[in-house]
Design a protein around this ligand. Structure first.
Ligand SMILES: [Zn+2]
Length: 76
């Protein structure tokens, strides 16, 4: 599958199709139930998780195939 809607990993410079969704929340900026999402390939899942984890922002890591984005999220 390589249609042009394939989501690409959020890591800087990475062009690999993403397979993970990292759901996070910055309590200083977001209300508690708000979720921001990053998507990651296998290689960058750990790196991005740690980045969010050390800041206590990370809420969830879910396979992209199982992720159901809440309405109105994820698009700038
Ligand atoms: Zn990547």
């Amino acid at each position: 599958m390589s249609d042009e809607t394939t989501p690409i990993c959020s890591a800087k410079g990475c062009r690999t199709p993403a397979v993970w969704v990292l759901a996070w929340n910055n309590p200083k900026v977001h209300t508690p139930e708000r979720r921001k999402t990053w998507i990651a390939c296998d290689e960058h899942r750990e790196h991005l998780s740690q980045f969010l984890g050390v800041r206590n922002f990370l809420k969830d890591v879910v396979p992209l195939t199982e992720w159901e984005a809440p309405e109105g999220s994820g698009r700038p």
